[in-house]
Design a protein around this ligand. Structure first.
Ligand SMILES: Cc1cc2nc3c(=O)[nH]c(=O)nc-3n(C[C@H](O)[C@H](O)[C@H](O)COP(=O)(O)O)c2cc1C
Length: 331
């Protein structure tokens, strides 16, 4: 456990409301300042994670994986996000955590689940599952600055049963939160999440590290589904939602409502405005990275297929705005 009260306060508030805490998952090119503000406006979770950031890159601008705008937090963001770090060298996590503390961040998370080939080749992400001593060392290193420290991982590298060794190894490090994406690295996202092991995970946590908060991730589409899962598995502390926000940016709303196309397109306009501001500060991300979001708003079931197709051909935010202004759907 760290001395930080960041997570215990979030968990206490949720417990008082008889619910688990909810977070938005770290997602590369998604969980940046722009989209965090969009989701916060639609329906905010209890905490956000940043996209993953190369630990070495935080204090060294000369690495293969530059930080760019990943650490930018807009003044309008109510709460600083949890910064997700990746890497495998303890020294990098010591300097990264100290630098993040200096910048005013309160919590770091360590990525031990990314299945991407480049990340694994560089000994990060799920490569730590195969090298538990690195995992132990980077956790200890991340703790040195006094920030809250959490880990996000998968059940194993190749086989599901690995979780019976791997999860205890992590729990023995006394992290503030352990987030388990209920798949192995090998499974990528091709099979359904293994909800059947949740009770065993809770039991391990209760036996080994009762003060560590346990958060579950994978195939949980929205708040209601998360609430139902937590009711079925008493002892679960947190629910992390990733792709659910693509199905609906209102995924964290506590009382489900239907949202009109006009309401969704207002959110898109807000995202464009935030993106333009972000783009004046950093070269990355560039306009094409916005395209994956258009389908969140211009939904076929709301009759917006033509609008979506027109936006997919656009080359700039100005062009998207013009399409929106000329579309009969938006008035
Ligand atoms: C576009 C995208 C980018 C992702 N980037 C990251 C990342 O940077 N760090 C991380 O730990 N997981 C990342 N993930 C995995 C998600 O955090 C999450 O574990 C996964 O999507 C399963 O949860 P879900 O079913 O709620 O989406 C990413 C997933 C997606 C779809």
């Amino acid at each position: 456990m760290t001395e930080s009260t960041f997570w215990s306060e979030i968990a206490a508030k949720a417990r008082a409301e008889h619910r688990p805490f909810f977070t938005m998952a770290p997602m590369e090119a998604v969980s940046n300042t722009v989209f965090r503000q969009v989701v916060a406006k639609a329906a905010a979770p209890d905490a956000f994670f940043t996209e993953f950031v190369y630990a070495k890159g935080i204090t060294n601008s000369n690495t293969k994986f530059p930080v760019h705008g990943r650490l930018y937090v807009a003044p309008a963001e109510a709460q600083r996000p949890v910064v997700q770090l990746w890497g495998n060298e303890a020294a990098d996590f010591v300097t990264a955590a100290a630098a993040l503390k200096e910048k005013g961040f309160e919590a770091v998370d360590i990525n031990m689940g990314c299945p991407d080939g480049t990340v694994i080749k560089n000994h990060g992400g799920s490569d730590l599952i195969r090298n538990p001593q690195w995992a132990i060392d980077v956790i200890a290193a991340a703790k040195t600055a006094g920030l809250a420290v959490s880990v996000k991982t998968r059940l194993g590298y190749s086989k599901l049963a690995e979780f019976r060794d791997w999860i205890p190894t992590l729990l023995r490090q006394n992290v503030d939160v352990l987030t388990v994406h209920l798949r192995t690295k090998q499974e990528m996202s091709k099979v359904g999440a293994h909800f059947e092991v949740i009770d065993e995970l809770i039991q391990l946590r209760d036996e080994i590290a009762p003060d560590t908060l346990l958060q579950i991730n994978g195939d949980i589409p929205d708040y209601q589904a998360g609430l139902a899962l937590a009711k079925q598995h008493p002892g679960l502390d947190g629910i992390m939602i990733g792709r659910g926000v693509f199905a609906s940016p209102f995924a964290f709303e506590t009382t489900p409502q239907s949202h009109s196309l006009a309401e969704l397109l207002d959110l898109l306009r807000y995202q464009l405005e935030l993106f333009d501001d972000f783009a004046t500060r950093y070269d990355v991300p560039r306009f094409p990275s916005l395209k994956r979001f258009f389908k969140i708003y211009a939904r076929p079931e709301l009759g917006a297929t033509d609008l979506r197709n027109a936006m997919m051909d656009a080359k700039s935010t100005a062009e998207v705005r013009q399409i929106l202004n000329e579309s009969p759907d938006t008035n």
